[in-house]
Design a protein around this ligand. Structure first.
Ligand SMILES: [Fe+2]
Ligand SMILES: [Fe+2]
Length: 475
């Protein structure tokens, strides 16, 4: 295979063809990626034509290629946003110095670790969602999940590019390991807990794209502030794709809520299940679950590692440059909610140690905005009910509240009281079985499963009843 052929097969804006060593590294990784895609990617549908957006440069909102693609033929490319020759480090001890184009030796290990952890989540979510195609609520939704899947695959390529381009032999080993760990695998699981949980149904999928992809947004946004410029430019482009994943989550839940409200208005609030809908309190339980496990992804609210990442310039805060402080924070404090003497109270902690808590706060604010949309849909239907985010201490396994018994409304209760109310707060096996029973594939163009309302509009200005997936003849 010549360099030029390969270059054409991997769209990129990083002059891959000029770097033979890097090209060889990616060349030897590509077949392993394809093997992973076939073994761990979407089950079925690999021979069908899916109407997808393919990035051909970083201007995806205006200049993407749209067209029918078979999933394995998707052109996973490598794109960095354009360099800013004047960019300087935005925070930490090196604030104001030029950003780094190469990895400084002393930060090699932590930077590699940050890239590996981010990279690990991307294929993990594809693995978690691999069976969902068979129970799609519509062709529109089927196309959407595959769009998310191929782009998460591209995000893995983005991280592997950084590892191969900047971390030598170690980077190549890490790139292989990213394909060897698998979601939920007993021996070689994915690195973060939430990425080893199955995504068993479409309500979970929409919650995942709302809450967990949004955690991704905030992690990427903090890496976008990195002094290591190639990382910053890589994740800036990933963020543009990520926006569509969160759109799918926000509108997906909104459509479920709308349909539930319709059923409530037609049949009465107590009869939603009998008419095949998902009652609002059950949506609230799924929300409680996905919000709490997504908060765990931020790591410990107080963390000396996070402080080091910030002072070293490896990771900033969300929208670092828009903040009105000295961006060094050596003596600054930050209010953090924690547990003290049997109650929940705010303390003032070192702002550097509280980096993860700071990012969590921004995340929670962003989640709140999504909920406002869902609650507006409920109010517009004339129904008196509100979906709410549970307290940040509810159902936590990581950080300050790990193992504490906090009710969704923020009351600290004892273990027995918590356990006895668990079934009212989190999905039970029978809730999951009920939601599972609704998951039946609807593939006639324009038709929707009974538990979800149609979207407001189609994708890329196509009508809702567009044939978003053209099925190859089944054997
Ligand atoms: Fe991603
Ligand atoms: Fe995503």
């Amino acid at each position: 295979m010549t360099t030029i052929d390969y270059n054409e097969r991997i769209p990129n804006n990083v002059s891959l063809s000029d770097n033979r060593r890097l090209l060889r590294a990616l060349e030897s990784w590509q077949p392993k990626y394809m093997q992973w895609w076939h073994e761990m990617g979407p089950v079925g549908f690999q021979g069908d034509d899916v109407y997808l957006r393919t990035a051909i440069n970083t201007n995806i909102h205006r200049e993407s290629d749209w067209g029918y693609v078979k999933l394995p033929d998707y052109r996973w490319g490598i794109f960095l946003t354009d360099p800013d020759p004047d960019r300087v480090i935005s925070h930490g001890d090196f604030k104001g110095e030029p950003v780094w184009q190469e990895v400084p030796g002393e930060f090699r290990n932590p930077l590699r670790r940050l890239i590996v952890i981010q990279g690990d989540t991307e294929p993990a979510s594809v693995e978690q969602q691999r069976h969902l195609g068979h129970t799609c609520p519509s062709l529109y939704d089927l196309r959407n999940i595959f769009q998310v899947n191929v782009e998460e695959g591209r995000h893995l390529w983005a991280m592997v590019y950084l590892l191969d381009a900047h971390f030598g032999r170690d980077g190549r080993d890490e790139a292989e390991a990213l394909l060897e760990r698998n979601s939920g695998d007993a021996d070689k699981p994915r690195i973060l807990g939430a990425f080893n949980e199955p995504t068993p149904d479409w309500l979970s999928f929409f919650m995942f794209t709302f809450f967990t992809d949004r955690d991704g947004k905030f992690q990427l946004a903090s890496l976008a502030e990195s002094a290591f410029d190639p990382l910053s430019r890589t994740v800036q482009f990933m963020l543009r794709e990520e926006a569509h994943h969160m759109f799918i989550g926000t509108t997906g839940i909104e459509r479920v809520v709308q349909r539930t409200c319709e059923l409530m208005r037609t049949h009465g609030a107590d009869d939603v299940r009998r008419h095949g809908g998902i009652e609002l309190p059950l949506i609230q339980k799924y929300l409680n679950l996905h919000f709490s496990v997504s908060l765990d992804l931020f790591g410990s609210e107080l963390s000396t590692n996070a402080a080091t990442y910030f002072t070293a310039g490896l990771k900033g805060r969300f929208r670092e440059t828009t903040r009105d402080d000295d961006h060094r924070l050596r003596d600054a404090t930050y209010p953090v909610l924690g547990l003290a003497e049997g109650r929940i109270a705010e303390t003032h902690e070192s702002a550097l140690n509280a980096m993860n808590a700071t990012l969590q706060d921004d995340y929670i604010e962003d989640c709140t905005r999504g909920l406002t949309k869902w609650n507006r849909a409920i109010a517009q239907a004339g129904i008196d009910y509100q979906l709410t985010l549970p307290h940040r201490g509810f159902h936590r396994a990581v950080g300050i509240f790990a193992g504490a018994h906090v009710a969704p409304d923020g009351r600290l209760v004892d273990r027995d009281a918590w356990e006895s109310q668990r079934a009212g707060w989190l999905p039970t096996d029978s809730d999951r079985a009920y939601v599972g029973s609704l998951m039946q594939s609807v593939t006639e163009p324009g038709k929707m499963a009974n538990w979800i309302a149609p979207p407001r509009a189609g994708i890329n200005d196509k009508p809702i009843d567009w044939e978003y997936v053209k099925f190859a003849p089944r054997e």
